[in-house]
Structure formats: structure tokens, C-alpha cells
Design a protein around this ligand. Structure first.
Ligand SMILES: Cc1cc2nc3c(=O)[nH]c(=O)nc-3n(C[C@H](O)[C@H](O)[C@H](O)COP(=O)(O)O)c2cc1C
Length: 192
């Protein structure tokens, strides 16, 4: 099983990176092949709305998103992590999500084709400064729905709150919880 993590934070040593890597560590211990992509290292331009992708199923923008399309194609499961910025995903995560339009035909689009529904497993992870993990619940539910409309099999939306006072790597409770999320992603693929 191949699992790809996407870290949509500008901070390579930040909370989101630490959490995504813990999830991948848990998956790797269960035998998964894992890979992480740091958006801070990548040049991903915003969608140009040229609709070229609806003619021949590929995005014409020649940037690092082309590498991510390849990684997604070969993955069984994706883990997308973003810090909460102003109650939403980061700009980097949003640009990435918009660019998925080239590969996954969403059900809200007139160009939707059932056979293009990706049906890949997806875990969404948000980290936030505020300690109330329910503060942006409406947004998290909405975002889950958007990824489902894209055809992803959304396995969970995990919100890690309270990062303002205690960074993720100092939170002892998170070590096991995050690794367990990764390992269950693998075991659910091969149920006993
Ligand atoms: C521009 C900006 C906007 C933010 N907006 C929010 C917010 O709306 N709610 C919140 O709880 N935390 C907010 N935060 C805090 C981050 O979500 C939090 O520190 C997060 O864990 C950072 O992740 P990182 O370490 O992976 O970069 C914001 C931080 C920044 C830099």
C-alpha cells in the first residue's frame, strides 16, 4: 500500500509536518510505502481556469504540481495536512485543492464523469492555535464534503487544536494517537 503525505504549511519543522510524519510513521510500521511532500519546497501555481484539462485530462501548467499528480496517481491513500489560517485551510492547500480539478472531475462540475472518481482513501488533518477543536467545525465538514464530491473516500478529518500554547512535538499524547491513525489506514485496507 502506498501512502502519500502532503504538508501544506510554510514551516517544515512545524506542527503540521510533525503530525503528518507521525501518521506516515504509523503506516510505515504496518508495512506501507510512504512519501511526504512539503509544499514549502514546491512551486505550485494557482489554477488559471483555462479548462485545458477538460479537453485532454492534463493540466497545462508546467510546475511542481505535475510531480504531485504522479504521486497521487500511484497512491492508495493520501494524507493532506494544513494549518488553519483565518478559519480555513492555508493558501498553499487551497491552490493544491483547486489544481485537483485537472485530474478529478467533481460532481458539481458539468464535466463530471463517473469513471474519473478517484476513490482513493484520504485523511484530512488540520492544526490550529485555538484550543477549541470544534471552533471551525462547519468549515471542516464542508471541506470533507468537497473532497467527497471529488470522489475521495474520506476516512477522517483530524483537528489538532491548542498549538498556540504547546507545539505538536511536545504533546506526548499525540505520538501514539497519530501513529494509530496511520496504522489503521493500512489495516482497514486489508481487513481480517
Ligand atoms: C496567518 C495565520 C493565520 C492563522 N489563523 C488561525 C485561525 O484562524 N485559528 C487558529 O486557531 N489558529 C490560527 N493560526 C495558528 C495556526 O493554525 C497554528 O499555529 C498551526 O498549528 C500552524 O501550523 P504549522 O506549525 O504547521 O505551520 C494562524 C496562523 C497564521 C500564521
Amino acid at each position: 500500500m502506498k501512502i502519500v503525505g502532503f504538508i501544506a504549511s510554510p514551516r517544515k519543522e512545524g506542527n503540521t509536518a510533525w503530525i503528518i510524519n507521525k501518521i506516515l510513521e504509523g503506516a510505515k510500521e504496518q508495512g506501507a510505502e510512504t512519501q511526504s511532500w512539503y509544499f514549502s519546497d514546491l512551486d505550485i501555481k494557482p489554477c488559471r481556469s483555462c479548462y485545458g484539462c477538460k479537453q485532454d485530462d492534463r493540466c497545462i501548467i508546467n510546475d511542481d504540481m505535475q510531480k504531485l499528480y504522479g504521486a497521487i496517481e500511484h497512491a492508495d491513500a493520501l494524507v493532506l495536512g494544513s494549518p488553519v489560517y483565518m478559519g480555513q485551510m492555508s493558501a498553499q492547500a487551497k491552490i493544491f485543492t483547486d489544481r485537483l480539478f485537472a485530474r478529478f472531475h467533481p460532481r458539481f462540475s458539468p464535466q463530471f464523469k463517473e469513471e474519473h472518481a478517484a476513490n482513493k482513501k484520504l485523511i484530512l488533518v488540520f492544526t490550529q492555535g485555538n484550543p477549541d477543536s470544534g471552533m471551525f467545525q462547519l468549515y471542516f465538514d464542508y471541506t470533507k464534503n468537497i473532497f467527497q464530491l471529488l470522489g475521495f473516500d474520506v476516512q477522517g478529518v483530524h483537528v489538532v487544536a491548542g498549538m498556540r500554547n504547546e507545539p505538536a512535538h511536545e504533546r506526548k499524547d499525540l505520538h501514539t494517537v497519530m501513529k494509530d491513525i496511520g496504522s489503521s489506514l493500512v489495516s482497514e485496507r486489508f481487513p481480517e
